[in-house]
Design a protein around this ligand. Structure first.
Ligand code: HEM
Length: 291
């Protein structure tokens, strides 16, 4: 039975990955070109999240410089997580589909090293989350309902740029804890594959013994890999397309120059990029004041 499930898993996960690329990423990218968002962001270098930060820092909760909102510890965490994730993905895929001969033991060894790295890193993040920054992810209020609708409309190109009121938008906020949850399940299933005996007999007995339980854990581990890769791809795509300045800060410690937004007459309607050509006059920031 497991063999049949494994084949279905391959078919379904391939469809999921293709659906994500052809059903979301490519159409969204084409939409972004057609509506002028690509030009606005990457040619004119105009970013609504930055303009909002400058024009109403208190109301929008943002601070200047932006780096205050992204502590270095969390940036290092993200690098360790990203690097370990990529290494685990490549070594894990080799373990499942040995695409060339003779490296099984080496890839296993690598997987066993980085499974500890990513797990320790994750435990640190969960402690930090519980002690320091859970509010950024789990607090919602009434205004988030209308804001969530505005965010969704913007992303499907039928609304103007939404207001950046809090550190993360209401659709983005729960996504990160959800990703950590998936990572935690990945670690648990991975350690069960690694040491099947850690599962209490009561539970492993339900599957017919610890070897059978570990086989189901492997199935889960594999399925979850595909789910996480799909989510991570969308996360990377949107982070680059819609919030590159923050990504540059988070990844490369590059604080964006906010001075160009300081003297413009900021109104959310002016920077409407949801249809047709954007109003270039309105898009361009006022020149900096020179003394
Ligand atoms: C979080 C901690 C993790 C632990 C404890 C862990 C542990 C393991 C173990 C013990 C195996 C079996 C290796 C063998 O057969 O010798 C495995 C396989 C695998 N791992 Fe992980 N892993 C972790 C994270 C990840 C991550 C983050 C990914 C993907 C990004 C991943 C992808 C895979 C894949 C695709 C396999 C092959 C599964 C199969 O044979 O069907 N693992 N993992």
């Amino acid at each position: 039975m497991l063999a049949v499930i494994n084949i279905w898993l391959d078919v379904i996960s391939t469809l999921l990955a293709l659906g994500m690329v052809f059903g979301f990423v490519i159409p969204h990218f084409i939409g972004s070109i057609l509506t002028g968002r690509v030009r606005k962001h990457f040619v004119e270098n105009y970013w609504d999240p930055l303009a909002h930060r400058v024009h109403d820092p208190e109301n929008y909760h943002y601070k200047q410089p932006i780096s205050n909102d992204f502590p270095p510890a969390t940036r290092v965490w993200h690098w360790v997580n990203l690097t370990s994730f990529m290494i685990l993905l490549i070594s894990g895929l080799y373990i499942r589909y040995p695409f060339f001969y003779g490296a099984r033991e080496s890839f296993r060894f690598v997987h066993y090293i980085f499974m500890w790295v990513i797990t320790i890193n994750l435990i640190w993040r969960l402690i930090y989350f519980a002690k320091v920054d859970w509010r950024n992810y789990l607090l919602f209020d009434r205004s988030d309902i209308s804001n969530a609708i505005a965010v969704a409309k913007y992303y499907i190109f039928i609304g103007p740029p939404y207001e950046h009121r809090k550190k993360f938008n209401p659709l983005q906020r729960p996504t990160y804890p959800m990703i950590w949850g998936l990572l935690l399940l990945q670690a648990i299933s991975g350690f069960i594959i690694f040491r099947p005996a850690i599962v209490p007999a009561f539970f492993s007995g339900m599957a017919g013994g610890s070897a059978a339980f570990a086989a189901f854990a492997r199935l889960f581990h594999s399925t979850n890999t595909r789910l996480m890769v799909t989510i991570a791809t969308v996360h990377a795509y949107l982070g680059t397309m819609e919030d590159y300045p923050v990504l540059a800060l988070f990844w490369f410690w590059r604080e964006p120059d906010l001075s160009k937004y300081e003297h413009e007459d900021h109104g959310h309607g002016d920077h409407d990029a949801h249809g047709g050509e954007p109003d270039v006059e309105a898009e361009l920031p006022a020149p900096p004041i020179t003394s």
